[in-house]
Write a protein that binds this ligand. Structure first.
Ligand code: CU
Length: 338
C-alpha cells in the first residue's frame, strides 16, 4: 500500500499500519497484559484468567437472555411453564458461579502472597519519591560517597529483585510500571514498600497512576534493566562528580546556572545544591526531560529552559528570564553533565 495520508484519520490508520513491526511491548509500552518479571508474571496470568472468565460469563448470560427472548413469540412466552420451578437450573447455575468465584478468590490470594514481599533479601534498595510532577530516585550506598540522587530514570540490574521505598513530598501519587509491577501509592508522611524485578534487559515505562494535579499525565518515568556489569558501570558513572567544563561557553554556563538555577537544582561535585527540582548531575545521560514529557535533545533542552510552562503548563519550574546567549551557555553547560 502507499503510505500517503490524505486526511487525519487516514494518516492515523496509515501510520499504524505502516509502522515498522515492533515487539508487542514496544508498541504498547503501558500494556498490563504482558509482563517481564517475577512480580508482574503472576498478576499477568491472573489478569488474563479474569478477563477470559468475565468474557465467557458475559457471552453465556447474553446468549441465554437472547435465547429466552427470541425462542418463542411474546404471546406464547407469557404461557411458559417451568417444570419443578426451574430449580435444577438455578442450582446448577449457582454451583458453577460459586465454584468459579471461590476459585478466583483463592487464586487472587495466592497471587497477592506471591507479589507481597521481595523473594530474597534484595541487594538493591531505592528510595523513590513522588513530586508534582516528577520522580526523585535515591540510590542508598554503604557510605554517603556511594549515595546519590537522580530523577525520572531508574536503572536496575536484570534478574535481581529491587526493593523500593515510596514516599511523596506533596500529594498522593502512584508508582506503576505495568510490565513489571502493579500500582503502589506514594503517600505524604508515610513510606510504602514495593519491589520490582525484570527478567530481561530493556526499558520499561512507568507512569503516575493517581491523579495528582495539572501535569499528572506528564509524570512518567522509565526503568532501564541492564545486565549486572552494565548496571555497575552506570552506577560508577553516576557517582562520578561533575567535571570542570573545559570550553569557555560551558564554563560561563556553569556560572549562570549557579546564579539562576542552583537554588532549585543540584549538580554533584559543584556548589549547586538545590533540592526543589530534579538533581541534574549526569542529566545528559537521561533519555527524556521533565518526567518523560520530551526526549532529551539539545532542541528540547533549550525549549524547556527557555519556557518550561509552554511544554508543561503549570510545572513547578518557573520561566527564568535569560538572554539568548545565557540560554546558549546554560545549555552548553548542561550538555557537559554526562
Ligand atoms: Cu499523578
Amino acid at each position: 500500500m502507499t503510505c500517503q495520508p490524505t486526511s487525519a484519520t487516514a494518516a492515523f490508520v496509515i501510520t499504524t499500519l505502516c509502522a515498522t513491526p515492533t515487539p508487542g511491548f514496544a508498541a504498547t509500552p503501558l500494556s498490563y497484559l504482558e509482563s517481564y518479571g517475577s512480580r508482574g508474571d503472576p498478576v499477568r496470568s491472573l489478569t488474563w484468567a479474569m478477563l477470559i472468565i468475565s468474557t465467557v460469563v458475559v457471552v453465556i448470560v447474553t446468549g441465554l437472555v437472547l435465547w429466552g427472548v427470541l425462542r418463542e413469540g411474546p404471546a406464547e412466552a407469557a404461557g411458559i411453564t417451568r417444570e419443578g420451578n426451574g430449580l435444577r437450573l438455578i442450582t446448577a447455575g449457582l454451583v458453577v458461579t460459586v465454584v468459579v468465584l471461590l476459585g478466583s478468590v483463592v487464586w487472587t490470594m495466592v497471587v497477592l502472597a506471591e507479589v507481597g514481599a521481595a523473594p530474597a533479601a534484595p541487594k538493591l534498595t531505592l528510595d523513590i519519591s513522588g513530586h508534582q510532577w516528577w520522580w526523585q530516585v535515591r540510590y542508598e550506598g554503604e557510605t554517603p560517597a556511594e549515595t546519590f540522587v537522580t530523577a525520572n530514570e531508574v536503572h536496575i540490574p536484570v534478574g535481581e529483585p529491587v526493593r523500593i521505598n515510596l514516599s511523596s513530598s506533596d500529594v498522593i501519587h502512584s508508582f506503576w510500571v505495568p510490565a513489571l509491577s502493579g500500582k503502589t501509592d506514594t503517600v505524604p508522611g508515610q513510606v510504602n514498600t514495593t519491589w520490582i524485578e525484570a527478567h530481561a534487559p530493556g526499558t520499561f515505562l512507568g507512569q503516575c497512576a493517581e491523579f495528582c494535579g495539572a501535569q499528572h499525565a506528564h509524570m512518567g518515568f522509565r526503568i532501564v534493566a541492564e545486565p549486572r556489569d552494565r548496571f555497575e558501570a552506570w552506577l560508577a558513572d553516576q557517582l562520578a562528580p561533575a567535571a570542570v567544563p573545559a570550553e569557555r561557553i560551558a564554563a560561563a554556563g556553569q556560572e549562570t546556572f549557579g546564579r539562576r538555577c542552583a537554588a532549585c537544582h543540584a549538580v554533584r561535585g559543584t556548589t549547586a545544591g538545590g533540592v526543589f527540582g530534579p538533581d541534574l548531575s549526569h542529566l545528559a545521560t537521561r533519555a527524556t526531560l521533565a518526567a518523560g514529557t520530551v526526549p532529551n535533545t539539545p532542541g528540547h533542552l533549550s525549549a524547556w529552559i527557555a519556557d518550561p510552562q509552554h511544554l508543561k503548563p503549570g510545572t513547578r519550574m518557573p520561566v527564568v528570564p535569560l538572554t539568548g546567549s545565557e540560554l546558549e551557555q546554560v545549555r552548553a553547560y548542561l550538555a557537559t553533565l554526562n
